[in-house]
Structure formats: C-alpha cells, structure tokens
Ligand binder design. Structure first.
Ligand code: VGL
Ligand code: ZN
Length: 208
C-alpha cells in the first residue's frame, strides 16, 4: 500500500486501561502497540485519541445505583453501555501504553471528558452532534483518507471509522492493529457495518 501526504493514521485509545491488567482490558489490547508503531513510520500524519473521563462520568456503572458493568441504560441520546470506571483523567490507566510511539503523532484528541455524554468516536460524541474538532482538523489539513487502528475494534474504532466515512472520507481499518471487546457479537456487527458503509478492511501485510 502506497501512503501519501493526504493520508492520516488514527490510533484509537491505546491506553493502559484497555490493555492487559487495565480497568476495561481488551483481550490482547497491548498487541496493537508494535503494529501501530511500525505502521506509523510510513505516515506523515498520525493522530492519537485518548479516552479521558471525569470520575463521575455517566458511562461508569459504579455511578448508577444497582447497575453492573456491561448493562445498558437509556439516555436522551440513546442506549448507553455501562462500563467499569476507566481512563479517568490524570490516572495511570488513562495514559498511553508506555511502548506506544507518542513522538511521531502531531495531534492528540481527547474525548469523553463531558460528564453527561460518552464519546466512542474520535469525530463526534455519542449524541452524533457534539464535535471533537478532529473532522475540522482533517478538512483543514486536506487529509482525505483515514487509516484506523487501535482499541476497541467494535466500539471506538468502529464509531470513528463510521463517522469518518459518513463525513465523506475514505476509510481503511487495519484489522491486525485492532482488538475487540466483543460484547454480544459486537465484533461481527462492526464488520457488517464496515461492509455496509464501504469501509475497507486490510491486514498488516498491506504495509510490508
Ligand atoms: C471504549 C468503551 C468505553 C473504546 C472507550 O476505546 O473502545 N470502549 N470507552
Ligand atoms: Zn470510555
């Protein structure tokens, strides 16, 4: 695959809490780190996202009496999965994995920092209206294709890829550089959505 200056690599939420031993560990989450570091060498434009919640965030199960992690609640913007408390602002769980290359990226987008709304996507929060600013950045920088990798394939990678595609960008998900939570077949649902929306899925061999 030939990478051009109009391409961006978007590495989603490669943070301690999504890796082994973390508060919301994604199976094999840390395995994306060497893959992302290697691929990032090929890109002139690398963007990181960082899930960045206040301790009283609406998506945390412990903030809802009688609720357990992975149950859902209805909020005014729709159904919200309740998660274990994770990626709390300023904690070590919210830091990037220590081996992630944080030097090459030119932008870090924090998301999920409003108490009352979750943000899976790097572009829009879960109300699908509140912008993070990343779409404006991509447009102003005239970046046309977004390669997406990171955690978790079936939540933040999926929502980011969908929003970028719906905004008219070309989107390529680098499957081997992602890992899924896979709640209630959510990984299969993500793949179906990628097919429906014309989002490409490639493996690491595309970058050899
Ligand atoms: C994520 C659940 C809650 C993710 C973030 O990065 O996929 N999932 N917060
Ligand atoms: Zn989160």
């Amino acid at each position: 695959m030939k990478i051009s200056d109009c391409d961006a690599l978007l590495a989603i939420d490669v943070q301690n809490d999504f890796c082994t031993g973390g508060a919301l560990a994604v199976p094999g989450g840390e395995k994306v780190v060497p893959a992302i570091n290697r691929i990032a060498q090929k890109f002139a434009n690398v963007v990181l996202t960082q899930d960045w919640h206040p301790h009283d965030h609406v998506s945390f199960a412990p903030n809802h009496a009688g609720k357990q992690p992975f149950q859902t609640i209805e909020l005014d913007y729709g159904t919200q999965v309740l998660w274990p408390a994770h990626c709390v602002q300023g904690t070590s769980g919210a830091e990037f994995h220590r081996d992630l290359d944080v030097v090459r990226p030119s932008l870090v987008v924090r998301k999920g920092f409003r108490r009352g709304i979750d943000s899976y996507s790097a572009l829009f929060e879960n109300d699908h209206r509140t912008a993070t600013g990343l779409l404006g950045y991509l447009r102003e920088r005239e970046l046309k294709t977004v390669f997406v990798a990171g955690l978790a394939l079936d939540f933040c990678v999926r929502f980011s890829a969908e929003d970028a595609r719906k905004a008219g960008l070309e989107v390529v998900v680098i499957e081997d550089a992602c890992r899924a939570i896979d709640l209630d077949r959510s990984a299969a649902a993500a793949h179906q959505s990628f097919r429906d929306l014309g989002i490409s899925v490639v493996g690491l061999e595309a970058f050899l």
